[in-house]
Design a protein around this ligand. Structure first.
Ligand code: ATP
Ligand code: MG
Length: 431
């Protein structure tokens, strides 16, 4: 039996029982007191109407009215009493006098015997004070009288808690377990038998969907990686085999060696990119203040020789002192990818404008542009618009890396492009 289910049920049950016992005792006591007061009022009225003018003894009056009687003289000394137990005590006297003065007439007094109380009514008739009393159970006695019943109820409560927690564990938990077992390794959408279990089923379905998507994306990733690796590997293997066989004329060996070198460089560049991409998820290093303006200028300086080769004009519109919270390597990765794309997909005598202003980075080029259809896919891993795998072909990992870095830091990444005219990438670093 699950203690965590049994204990709360038991506690609730005990609380309810205790509450019930206390309130019903209180109701019982008040009712007792109310009834006695009412009877005493009636008895006092009867005395007033029929006996106040007579010298009837306390014992006689008590037998007629069925209440206890005590007469007091003008100095509040007991003159006559129906039974010694109902004699006005010294302790009670001041309450009696107060009651007479303020006109409430009714008061409660404790008996000399334990567990008993009296309800009293008193009234003055000339010098004589008449006090009529009825015995009731004291509060403590009423509570005590509830005790045996309470003990029986508590035992029943424990038993009921055991039964209830057994029902909960065996019925509810059984269905939850069933649901969980169904969910394991189940590709299909699972349905809850009861509407109460629907939120659990929804969470499991959502989780399963995440797992399926993650598995799918992993499968796609592996298939893309192997596919991309296959081309350079086939080429390396082919040329290596030719050289090893000795069939390749000496004049062609140098060219074959160059191809092997180029393809292995491509392979290692791809592996580096893949590692870069995967490392982003695990990167938990703390960000620090980065001078974006300074870093952008440094990265652009590195590209100057390539820009010169391609005769591309670079315009720097970089506001000084723009700072963001990040890390140098992350910002450098983003800048490298965007600027290298702007160069790679530019035209002869093209132009690149890099702007840094108010936590905004813009890389704009006058290159070949991207069609609206292709634009939707450029952030997907291994996606390249030109599928020819030509000499300058990339792996389609640069932009996914940029996107992943931006997403992780909460930066907004935008792209605009017109086919044949150019492309603009914008990153808003403000969060
Ligand atoms: P990698 O960056 O991995 O070496 P890549 O440059 O092909 O390879 P991405 O940077 O992810 O990959 O770019 C994806 C595709 O988007 C590119 O293949 C290219 O077709 C297109 N693209 C990216 N930037 C531009 C740009 N500035 N102008 C035109 N096309 C672009
Ligand atoms: Mg690229």
């Amino acid at each position: 039996m699950n203690k965590r289910i049994f204990l709360p049920i038991l506690l609730v049950m005990l609380f309810v029982l205790l509450f019930y016992a206390l309130t019903s005792s209180e109701v019982l006591y008040s009712q007792n007191e109310g009834d006695a007061s009412e009877d005493l009022r009636k008895s006092m009225q009867t005395y007033k109407d029929n006996y106040s003018a007579t010298d009837i003894s306390a014992a006689e009056l008590s037998s007629y009215l069925d209440v206890e009687v005590c007469y007091l003289d003008g100095d509040f000394n007991v003159m006559d009493v129906s039974s010694e137990r109902y004699r006005v005590t010294d302790k009670e006297l001041s309450t009696l006098k107060n009651t007479l003065t303020n006109g409430t007439r009714i008061y409660i007094s404790d008996s000399t015997e334990k567990g008993r109380s009296y309800v009293n009514i008193c009234e003055k008739f000339g010098d004589k004070t008449v006090r009529l009393s009825l015995e009731i159970f004291s509060r403590a006695k009423v509570y005590l009288s509830m005790l045996p019943a309470l003990i029986i109820y508590v035992c029943i409560g424990v038993l009921l808690s055991l039964i209830l927690s057994w029902i909960v564990t065996s019925f509810v938990i059984r269905h939850v377990k069933e649901l969980a077992i169904n969910a394991i390794g189940n590709d299909k959408h699972i349905n809850a038998k009861f509407v109460e279990l629907k939120p659990i089923a929804d969470v499991i379905n959502l989780k399963n969907e995440h797992v399926r998507n993650a598995q799918k994306s992993k499968d796609e990733f592996i298939s893309n990686v192997t596919h991309e690796m296959n081309t350079p590997l086939t080429s390396i293997h082919g040329f290596a085999e030719l050289i090893a066989s000795g069939d390749l004329p000496a004049s062609k060996i140098k060219a074959a060696g160059k191809t092997i070198e180029a393809q292995s460089e491509r392979l290692s560049a791809m592996i580096k990119q893949i590692l870069n991409y995967s490392a982003i998820d695990d990167d938990m290093l703390t960000p620090y203040d980065v001078d974006l303006s300074k870093l952008t200028n440094e990265v652009l300086d590195n590209f100057e020789p390539v820009l010169k080769d391609k005769n591309i004009t670079l315009v720097r519109d970089i506001q000084d002192g723009v700072h963001i919270m990040s890390r140098h390597e992350r910002v450098t990765e983003i800048l490298d990818n965007l600027v290298s794309n702007a160069i790679k997909y530019n035209k002869q005598n093209g132009k690149i404008t890099v702007t840094v202003k108010d936590a905004l980075l813009v890389v704009d080029d006058t290159g070949i542009g991207i069609s609206q259809d292709e634009l939707k896919h450029i952030f997907s891993r291994f996606y390249t618009v030109d599928k020819s795998h030509g000499e300058n072909m990339g792996f389609g990992l640069g932009l996914p890396i940029v996107k992943k870095l931006c997403d992780k830091s909460g930066w907004k990444l935008y792209v605009d492009s017109t086919l044949g005219e150019g492309t603009t990438f914008r990153i808003d670093f403000s969060q």
